[in-house]
Each structure stands twice: as C-alpha cells, then as structure tokens.
Design a protein around this ligand. Sequence first.
Ligand code: AMP
Length: 357
Amino acid sequence: MLLVINAGSSSVKLAVFDPALAEVARAQVSGIAPGGHAAALAEGLAEAGVAPGDLTAVAHRVVHGGASLVAPCRIDGPVLAAIEACVPLAPLHNPANLTGIRAMAALAPGLAQFASFDTAFHATNPEVAVSYALPPAERQRGLRRYGFHGLSYAALVRLLSARGKVPRRLLACHLGNGASLCAILDGRSAATTMGYSPLDGLTMGTRAGSMDGNAVLHLAAVHGIEGAARILNRESGLLALGGSNDMRMLHAAGTAEADFALDHFRYWAVRHAGSMIAAMGGLDAVVFTGGIGENDAVMRADILDGLHWAGAQYDAGANRANAFSIHDPSSRVEVLIVPAGEERQIAAEAQAVMAGE
Ligand code: AMP
C-alpha cells in the first residue's frame, strides 16, 4: 500500500492507496504542536487502520519545487536539500512538508519516500510567461512566476486522458478557497494565473488576487511587511468584500456586499479566463474542479455566461449527465466537472517514479 501525506504546520492529511490506486483509507490529524508530527502520523495511520509495515512507500505533497524540482522524485539527501532551498519561496508550506518527511523517516526508517510538487506542472510554461520584467539580479534571485494547483491540474489531465482524449485548448478552473486558472494546451500547462506565490490571479476566499505592486508597497508602508502580508493573504478576497469566504454563505446572504463579492469573483474569473484563452489561441473545453468548481452550479453558469464570446455556454437547466460531465450539446465548447484528485495524482506519480527506477 502507498501512503500519501499532505503535511501542514499544525495538521496532517493522510490517504492510503492500493496498487490499483483505489483509495482504501483516509485520516486527518489537526492541532499538532511543534515537534508532534511523528506522533500525529502514527495516530493518523492507526485511525486509517494501517501499520507502517503495510506500506511499500510514502509520497508527499510538497508545495514548492522552485526552478529545479520540476518532476516527482525519490527523496534522498540532495532532494531534501533542494526542498529546503525552496523554503524562502514558500515560507509557510515547505517547512511543514519537510517536517512531514522527517517525521515519516523517524516513524518508518528505511521506507522509500517520494515527493510531488504543486509547482511542477507549470514547468512547461514558456519563458515569456514566467518572467517578470525585472532587472537580471532580481530575476536571478528566483523572482518569477511559478504557478500552483499543479497536482490538481495534472490529476484532471490524467483523468481526462484515461477517459479518451484531453481537449486541445482546455481552460482548467480550480475554484476553491484558493483559486486559479490554467491554460492547458495539448495536455500541458501553457499559462496560469498564480505567480511567484498563490496570491496572484483570481479573487479568492481570503486572498486579494492580482494587485498593482505599488499598491502592495503602500500597504507595506502603512502596516509593515507582516501586516501587509496578513491583509493580502488572510483578510482580503471574498471575506473582505462580502463578509464570508464561503460561497454558500454569500449566495444565501442576499446583501449588497455579498452580491458584490460574488460579482467580483465572477468578473475576475472571466477576465483572467480571457487571458488564458489568449495564451492558448482559443478554447475547446472548460473544466471545473475544487469546492466551488464542483459544487456551485450558479457560479459555473455565471462564469460560462461571461465566456459566451469564446463559444462557451451553459444553460443551468441543461442536462448534467453525471458528476463528470455537464456537456451542453448546444455549446461548441465542452464543459466538464472533475472532482479534485491531488492525493491520487501524488500516488500515481510515486508509482511512476518507482516503475521507472
Ligand atoms: P476547497 O478549498 O476546494 O475545499 O473549496 C472550499 C470552498 O468551496 C468553500 O469555501 C465554499 O466556498 C465552496 N463550496 C463548497 N461546497 C459548496 C457548495 N455546495 N456550493 C457552493 N460553494 C461550495
């Protein structure tokens, strides 16, 4: 059996897969104190009914692979050092991911460990898409676009290719508390809305999305760097505009503020989608995933309505054939829904690395 670990600073999510990649168990441990990850992993495994001896390998979600870690790999000394080197790029996430890796090594010494990176899917973006127009010294510091939600996008490409073929110019919308779009051309990422960090792009649950750098500098001048970071990442977005970061609450509220927050989300999703469609030179299909993408039929219909100029349309009354496809036959652009599948993707990537060794 293969264990997938998504380690956060105070929580850890576990999923166990059999060799056919069927999920056999899942567990989550929260409220972990510093230094408590090994005990939390043991607790999670027990909750999942799995003993460390049952495992053939462990695969970790690592948020940031930087410019060098662009493919899943077995974790050894140099890989650990490379993940460590990416800590300045993801100061909250990578240290937590490393804690998970070290805790697992303590719990099951000698067990093979693998890493999959949330940035890696976007390694195919052209240089012009990832470069900020900054002086060379700043670019050499690693200031560039990386993009995130890559494991979610890779998962949906894998699922679509297993079911037939991946539409040539596919607009992928990962809409959850964090939200991004990806232009997937011939099955590969060509552009994405998140950049140096997951703050860029769409209006999100608590993140502001795209902003002018000078406005960010003004926030930092008024509130200090830490204060500005808190405001931009945790106190902005739907929460700031509508009083909640939960779409369900915003739809139910019926206040002017909540309606404006919904409008803002939809408007910027459509504006950024236009940019993704331009990067692909057109549109053949739209796929939705994530908590909002999978569940919020009203928001999906609103976004598709905003993309009718690109051939997308979706009549909310039209057939929803199954949980996978909502293809409206009157639309020339196919519309799909795919359940987010990052964990299975991480398991599949670890399997592929093992098979290739
Ligand atoms: P995620 O980050 O992918 O787990 O998505 C979380 C978000 O999905 C929540 O904050 C909600 O806004 C949204 N969501 C979940 N279920 C629904 C639903 N039934 N209708 C609308 N939005 C939903």
